[in-house]
Design a protein around this ligand. Structure first.
Ligand SMILES: [Zn+2]
Length: 396
């Protein structure tokens, strides 16, 4: 602090609070609003970085990736649902082992950084943990394929601390249809409905991101709890199956749930998505062609092309931050101000909107919302108030 500022602060008789975020030029009054709000993000894939060959420590600041505790503090993030995702292509027993390792790793991070992070097991924990100045972490399972067709497996994840499950990932599993895959069951099977009822009974958040529209409405007809859509964008603005329709938004409103907007440029913008899709197809084909050189391992072949692929992705004209706010606006218009939140998908997406490169830049969203004329009260709802309400109702 320089001398003039110190003098000014002493004259205002207010305790000095450093609201300015590192790396953003967000004005102090907006930073104050942002810091005082509970900022709660509904989805990230950071848990993937905690396992494998080179696991990271969340307590350290990293130059790559999107979330760690120092940058979460810079960005004013208070609470986060950490997804535990394992590829549906992995054999079931290995997948279970990996999912458990990811849950353990999250717990280990919370122990290691106990002054800065804690796993929330009940809704009431979140507010308490945030008050203590720590990041409240909720463990979520991404993809019902991880429980196979076994309610005990669901109970096992619950016992290990999971409090949320995304019913499908991109794949239709044995009991629920996904938006990006074949509609095999016409929504939820009878077993799928029993999964939802069991989640209600246990006090787990039912997450409908990735599910087909029919699955979503089957969930609404089955659950007694407010549902979450943790990381999806608006189909009215980007017409792809992965995004949610206005019918779904109206369903969320009626159910009292919350839809959380994904930051991925491809979901925010159709032109961007088309270019990414073409590149994906091109590089997948090339990986397959190269596979024989890697002993038939297409994954290894893909890895050899990854750097080049990322360069090509970076050549696509980026999507402005205002586009993310457009999706929030639309969700607010159709679902209502009490039913919208943030679902970054950080560490699960390859690129971000301009300026929003990692969690430390979250205050830029608050600044944009102020520019669009949202009241402080409504901004607090979008930043996390709505999601907190849902979590307090479901995680009993
Ligand atoms: Zn996802």
């Amino acid at each position: 602090m320089n001398l003039l500022i110190a003098l000014f602060v002493s004259l205002t008789l207010e305790p000095f609070q450093p609201y300015a975020a590192a790396g953003t030029n967000v004005p102090e009054d907006i930073m104050k609003l942002h810091r005082q709000a509970i900022v709660f993000d509904a989805h990230c894939d950071t848990a993937m970085r905690l396992v494998g060959d080179a696991p990271i420590d969340l307590g350290e600041r990293h130059a790559d990736g999107h979330i760690d505790l120092p940058r979460a503090l810079d960005g004013g993030l208070d609470a986060q649902i950490f997804a535990v995702w394992v590829s549906p292509q992995m054999p079931e027993s290995l997948a279970t082992e990996r999912a458990r390792a990811m849950i353990d790793a999250l717990g280990e991070q919370a122990r290691k950084n106990s002054g800065r992070m804690e796993i929330a097991l009940r809704g009431a924990d979140v507010r308490r943990i945030v008050k203590e100045g720590k990041l409240a972490a909720i463990v979520g399972i991404e993809g019902g394929h991880l429980i196979g067709e076994d309610l005990d497996a669901l109970g096992d994840y619950y016992a290990r601390g999971a409090r949320c499950m995304t019913l499908t990932w991109m794949n239709t599993n044995r009991w629920a249809d996904a938006s990006d895959d074949t509609a095999t069951w016409g929504g939820l099977t009878e077993f799928g409905k029993s999964v939802v009822r069991e989640m209600d009974r246990l006090g787990m958040i039912v997450d409908c991101a990735h599910v087909s529209e029919k699955t979503f409405f089957d969930v609404l007809a089955t659950t007694k709890s407010p549902v979450l859509i943790s990381h999806s964008c608006m189909r009215a603005l980007t017409d792809i199956p992965r995004n949610v329709s206005d019918d779904v938004l109206r369903g969320v409103r009626k159910n009292g749930g919350v839809v959380c907007v994904n930051f991925f440029p491809g979901f925010l913008d159709k032109a961007y998505n088309d270019r990414v899709t073409v590149l994906w197809a091109e590089y997948r084909a090339r990986a397959n062609e190269l596979a024989p050189q890697y002993g038939g391992d297409a994954g290894k072949a893909w890895h050899s092309l990854e750097g080049e692929f990322e360069k090509r992705i970076a050549e696509i004209p980026p999507v402005p931050l205002s586009r993310l706010i457009d999706h929030i606006d639309h969700a607010v218009k159709v679902a209502g101000i009490d039913h919208v939140g943030l679902g970054s998908d950080f560490d699960g997406i390859s690129t971000c909107p301009v300026g929003l490169e990692d969690v430390s830049k979250l205050p830029l969203i608050t600044e944009e919302l102020v520019k669009r004329g949202y009241s402080d009260k409504d901004i607090r709802k979008i930043l996390g108030g709505n999601l907190l309400r849902l979590v307090e109702k479901t995680m009993r």
